[in-house]
Design a protein around this ligand. Structure first.
Ligand code: LLP
Length: 416
């Protein structure tokens, strides 16, 4: 484990978190480079070339994180022009990028075509036409994969389940063959692959493997018609343990995928993991402001809120919250809540914690969908981010200064 107690002090690798909170202030996201690399390695070691791994940038898009992954040879899964710009700024290669997302604008398509990305994961007939148009205007041929909705139940939170036919994502199975034929006939498109993404925080391999069967059958059928699909991208979604859940065995899943695809020659397999790469590689540090005994329950008021870590408020997501300094004090049962003016602003309900004003707490597994979902709500500057490497801590994003809160805003001059 990269986050562990050593002499009663919680450390990130060899850095005591208490000291990082002192030095960089709170709220603070702290990432462990060793954990990040180990997570990547867990996938890479059972995923030989030509198979590809495209890290899902939305999980954590800090340039330093993207740069670490680029150095390991990662590809990237993006969902906006902004994410493409980040990948390029971080030293990632455009030709390793797949572009997902249901509503790509013309401007985003142009930008990605000009940069020369690996492929567009197209989600609808209308998007296909738009992409063909935009490519024609640039006198280019756009590489395309069709995102199919395999209609499998990922058995996860409804907000992050994406592969059911009731979701907005992907092309329905019933339309898939006709649309693939159409895509293959368009002059400015090159239909290279199929993709799917059935949801996130999925703990069992079976929904993925069911989806793989469906996708592979479709590829066999299209190939028999002369439409030569060259890659299958199974998306991301591999879950992690937030509350003692048993996540699936990643190596086993990746090997089973390869076995299933064995009879389909020249097929490159791809994955888009996000959470499984960065989730447990990060914690959020927050300082206790007040203990507030209530009539019904007791509150621990801390300096991080839903604007810093939205997952509990948005999904009732569970994150462990532990003190960075272990004490022998008797824990009490508290709701850990933030300073934001919303009842939904909480980090954890009914937790057993012994903490007093000034103590620092670590919210665990905050590396994925933590900082990237943060906002300036209540005019709160966004947190700083630090990457720990052994006994060294690098500031990889400075805390926002107050002036940045109104950057770009303008007063209206009174007209006379
Ligand atoms: N590929 C596509 C097309 C996606 O939509 C996503 C995530 C991923 C890959 C990466 O999925 P992962 O491996 O991280 O599960 N904010 C939510 C999660 C939303 C996931 C959206 N799509 C959360 O905090 O749980």
């Amino acid at each position: 484990m990269s986050f562990d107690y050593l002499q009663q002090q919680l450390h990130a690798e060899q850095c005591p978190l208490n000291e990082l909170a002192e030095r960089f202030g709170t709220p603070l996201f702290v990432y462990s480079k060793a954990q990040l690399l180990a997570n990547w390695q867990q996938f890479a070691k059972v995923w030989p070339a030509p198979h590809r791994l495209c890290y899902a940038v939305k999980a954590n898009s800090n340039l330093a994180i993207l740069n670490q992954l680029a150095k390991l040879g990662a590809g990237f899964d993006i969902v906006s022009g902004g994410e493409l710009a980040r990948v390029l700024a971080a030293g990632g290669r455009a030709d390793s990028v797949v572009f997902s997302g249901v509503a790509k604008t013309r401007a985003e398509m142009r930008y990605a075509l000009e940069q020369g990305i690996y492929c567009f994961n197209v989600e609808s007939a209308a998007e296909l036409e738009r992409l063909n148009d935009v490519a024609a205007a640039l006198d280019k041929v756009a590489p395309v994969s069709l995102r199919i909705n395999p209609d499998v139940d990922a058995q996860t939170h409804p907000y992050i389940s994406t592969g059911l036919k009731t979701n907005k994502f992907g092309i329905a199975m019933t339309d898939a063959v006709a649309l693939a034929r159409h895509a293959a006939s368009l002059k400015n498109l090159n239909l290279k692959g199929l993709d799917c993404h059935i949801g996130s925080q999925i703990l069992k391999a079976s929904p993925f493997l069911d989806a793989a069967d469906i996708m592979l059958d479709l590829i066999r059928q299209l190939r028999s018609e002369g439409i030569h699909i060259r890659h299958l991208d199974m998306g991301g979604g591999m879950g992690i343990s937030y509350n003692h859940e048993q996540p699936m065995d990643v190596s086993d899943y990746l090997l089973k995928l390869q076995q299933k695809a064995q009879d389909v020659t020249d097929l490159t397999l791809m994955l888009e993991p996000g959470r499984a790469i960065v989730g447990n590689a990060g914690v959020m540090l927050t300082r206790v402001e007040f203990n507030k005994p209530g009539l019904d329950k007791n509150f621990l008021l801390v300096d991080a809120g839903m604007n810093d870590l939205l997952r509990p408020a948005l999904y009732q997501a569970y994150h462990d919250i532990i003190p960075v300094r272990q004490s022998d004090a008797e824990p009490s049962i508290v709701d850990v809540v933030g300073p934001v003016c919303e009842t939904g602003d909480f980090l954890g309900h009914a937790r057993h914690i012994a903490a007093v004003e000034g103590d620092v707490l670590a919210v665990l597994n905050a590396g994925a969908y933590g900082f990237t979902m943060s906002s300036n709500y209540n005019s709160r500057p966004r947190a700083a981010e630090v990457l720990v490497d052994g006994d060294r801590a690098h500031l990889i994003r400075a805390r926002e200064p107050l002036e940045q809160l109104w950057q770009g805003e303008q007063l209206v001059e009174e007209s006379r």
